[in-house]
Design a protein around this ligand. Structure first.
Ligand code: PAZ
Length: 313
């Protein structure tokens, strides 16, 4: 496996990297001056391009539901939120009205002079509270959106965000819900142009992506409250792998989930304990989202973590 430092030395940052770095710096400096708590929420899946001029890529599963819903609940708990997401995956607030849903909520009235567009009366009750929360989050500048596509973009943004979050010490939470590729093709092993079928079936050899949780937890943000997610498809591996990860990277919490049941069941794995959060069928039908109790639990643990650190000082 490539060492994480070599990864950055051999993979160029994305074209919009400096712009995003300035946005992150400005956002973090403002919220640090205000002594706010802050969370970096990563969301969505990373891609692995197969060509430099990318036509084809390997994708990681994630719609961005976990991350986008969680970002809204962190805002409810007065956290400043850096929402670092896969380009075009679900985003906080707009996630409630995807695809045709939004257009179906609108009415258009034409007369000879102009057209008027309005929200249908029976949609106002659904739309107004979400819009109101969105407006408050934007006007109070409590949320910053930055996006990535490939695993290389993700790695550059992650490190830049951590550099800005280090100053928050215990007040920062990293909530790593994105599905990040474990395998990739290094830039120097990738063809420049679209692979041609006339050349026959390609043999694609993937390499291991370095585990960034290692430098993240020990070097970049050593004082932050780091929460990672672990996705498995084999239930029997779930807790073993989550515990492995905690032991290896020494962060605070792993939230483990199985692909098929992730929307109503997760397991919290801490260094000393493990327990389940579960939504009943009735709760799901009532529209309760599992991210609400997940975030409430993380916020409570983060509060205790800050208090413990203050007592040690
Ligand atoms: O974005 P989504 O709601 O469709 O899925 C969320 C998830 C399953 C990607 C997330 O909960 C998760 O487990 N992320 C970490 C994935 C991993 O093990 O790399």
């Amino acid at each position: 496996m490539t060492h994480w430092e070599d990864f950055y030395n051999t993979h160029l940052p994305p074209a919009d990297f400096e712009d995003n770095r300035s946005l992150l710096k400005e956002f973090c400096e403002r919220h640090n001056t205000l002594q706010n708590r802050i969370v970096l929420v990563t969301s969505g899946g990373t891609t692995v391009p197969l060509e430099h001029n990318t036509v084809r890529f390997v994708d990681n599963f994630s719609a961005g539901t976990r991350g986008s819903a969680s970002a809204e609940y962190f805002l409810d708990h007065d956290y400043a939120v850096i929402f670092m997401h896969r380009h075009k995956s679900l985003e906080p607030f707009t996630r409630h009205f995807t695809g045709q849903q939004f257009f179906d909520m609108l009415d258009i009235a034409d007369n000879s002079l102009s057209s008027t567009i309005a929200i249908k009366p029976d949609s106002v009750d659904v739309f107004a509270p979400v819009l109101a929360k969105y407006k408050i989050a934007r006007e109070t500048q409590m949320i910053l959106y930055v996006n990535f596509t490939s695993v290389v973009d993700y790695m550059w943004l992650l490190r830049a965000a951590c550099e800005c979050l280090a100053a928050f010490e215990q007040r920062a939470v990293l909530y790593l819900a994105a599905a990040v590729s474990d395998f990739y093709i290094p830039e120097d092993m990738m063809p420049t142009h679209k692979m041609q079928s006339g050349d026959g079936a390609p043999t694609i050899s993937l390499q291991l992506v370095p585990k960034m949780l290692a430098p993240l937890a020990s070097l970049w943000v050593p004082h932050a409250f780091v929460v990672s997610f672990k996705l498995e498809t084999d239930e029997s591996l779930l807790i073993v792998k989550a515990r492995d990860s905690l032991n290896k990277y020494k962060h605070k919490l792993v939230i483990a989930n199985v692909l098929q049941t992730r929307k109503h069941r997760v397991v919290f794995v801490t260094p000393t304990d493990s327990y389940e959060l579960h939504l009943s069928r009735e709760q799901t039908l009532q529209g309760l989202e599992i991210e609400e109790p997940i975030v409430a639990d993380v916020v409570q643990k983060h509060g205790e973590f800050i208090s413990n650190a203050q007592q040690r000082q």
